[in-house]
Write a protein that binds this ligand. Structure first.
Ligand code: ADP
Length: 424
């Protein structure tokens, strides 16, 4: 066998990226594109924009490497929903974006779904489907629902109605029993739901026209994808139970690989399936956004240099941007606590970083109390991961090895899914 490479593409909130990797995980090429703006009847034409970006990224893959690409996978934003007419391949309406809410559908969804199910949120895929179903008067016979990643993959393989169980969680799919639940299947709109495969499953060959136009090989297969945040977790290769990724971006999010599925709606904790394991997640409102309100990124670096991470800070803060916290404490009325402010900015920053570390530790401890595999090692992603002193502080507070993740790009995680699909 000659050289074989795997192509992953990430369609995030602000742009798209690709990563081309080999069996050992080395990156052979990568790149990114902003979404171009297309207008359609005075609204942004997202489908056109994503489609153009998809083919732009395929063109960005160096010509000399294209003939070695044996598989492709894509991740997209979670709950971004497209409803297509399978007869024409045209969408019935503009796509519902990940953060769009359909509160009008919520009462109807709540009346059929179990209490606190993930679909019981106005922005869930199911609320979007119900909202469309109740408002669109066109014949719905030939409708099919796809998530953003499914739709982009469909442009490459041409088989309508295929998705993965990560994307499908918010439409109500139960990855544990591998089917849609009876309360969903009994609804008239259940016939538009896609069929579900594990992420990284080969669907079929890349369309011949694309293959020949771009110079991809005959054996190039298209594989099911996942959501952007799961792809980012996969990139860190935390693939044993007890391994976790803390994302220190504007907010703090933790994701832990567990042998047990745990859910608790009070804390917004739920689990995604990853083959025979569960990816348990929780997201706090604390995080880097608060740091940015107080310090510039340059100050953060300068001040951090002077922190002695071996020394515990005496300050006990709860840094929040606004009122309210969900995880690891569910309290919609919680007030930010950032006082007393010491005269020394170094001490102040030390106290804030340490307080965020304590919230992180509390998060992992809550997941354990809820029944997840105890955390053993933490990888770090996001803007805060470059802070070496913070990593040291967190090692002390968590009592665990903490390091910066080697790879954090979702496109890299999607490429790992492509590798998985090619191995089948
Ligand atoms: P987003 O969630 O917006 O994508 P990023 O992952 O880009 O966020 O991270 C940005 C955050 O990283 C900012 O809120 C900033 O406070 C934080 N940050 C940047 N530099 C540092 C640093 N040296 N130490 C700690 N935090 C930092």
């Amino acid at each position: 066998v000659g050289k074989q490479l795997y192509l992953g593409m990430d369609f995030g909130t602000s742009g798209a990226r690709y990563a081309l990797i080999d069996k050992e995980g080395n990156i052979h090429a990568e790149g990114k594109r902003e979404y171009p703006l297309f207008m359609n009847k005075e609204t942004a034409d997202w489908l056109q924009s994503w489609k153009v970006t998809l083919f732009a990224l395929l063109k960005d893959v160096p010509v000399s490497l294209r003939s070695t690409v044996v598989s492709i996978s894509i991740d997209g934003t979670s709950a971004t929903t497209i409803i297509l007419d399978s007869k024409t391949g045209e969408s019935f309406c503009k796509p519902f974006l990940y953060n769009e809410s359909c509160p009008e559908a919520l009462p109807s969804v709540k009346s059929i779904a179990p209490a606190n199910h993930t679909v019981c949120s106005g922005s869930s895929t199911l609320c979007k489907l119900v909202s469309w179903w109740n408002s669109d008067n066109s014949t719905k016979e030939s409708a099919v629902l796809l998530h953003q990643a499914d739709w982009l993959l469909w442009l490459l393989h041409g088989k309508l109605g295929v998705s993965d169980y990560n994307n499908a969680l918010k439409v109500g799919y139960d990855p544990e029993v591998e089917s849609y639940p009876p309360w969903l299947l009994s609804q008239p709109y259940s016939r538009v739901l896609p069929s579900i495969q594990p992420p990284g499953t080969a669907i079929c060959a890349l369309k011949e026209s694309i293959r020949t136009d771009y110079g991809f090989p005959k054996n190039c297969v298209i594989c099911t994808g996942t959501t952007d945040s799961i792809a980012a977790f996969l990139a860190a290769r935390a693939n044993q139970p007890g391994k976790a990724v803390t994302s220190l971006g504007s907010t703090l999010a933790i994701k832990l690989l567990s042998t047990r599925r745990v859910e608790d709606a009070r804390f917004g904790v739920y689990s995604h399936r990853l083959d025979d394991k569960w990816l348990v997640g929780g997201a706090s409102n604390t995080g880097g956004a608060v740091l940015r309100q107080i310090f510039t990124d340059e100050q953060l670096e300068k001040l951090s240099e002077q922190i002695n991470p071996a020394e515990p800070s005496p300050f006990d803060y709860y840094p929040l941007q606004g009122v309210g916290e969900r995880f690891p404490v569910a309290d919609p009325k919680m007030e930010p606590r950032l006082h007393p402010r010491p005269a020394s900015d170094v001490e102040y920053l030390h106290g804030i970083l340490e307080s965020i570390a304590c919230i992180e530790a509390k998060g992992y401890s809550l997941l354990k109390d809820l029944g997840a595999t105890p955390v053993e090692e933490v990888f770090t992603a996001g803007g805060g991961s470059k802070n070496e002193k913070w990593i040291k502080i967190r090692e002390r507070v968590l009592g665990l090895p903490v390091s910066k993740a080697l790879q954090t790009e979702a496109a890299y995680g999607a490429a790992l899914l492509a590798m998985k699909g090619a191995a089948e």
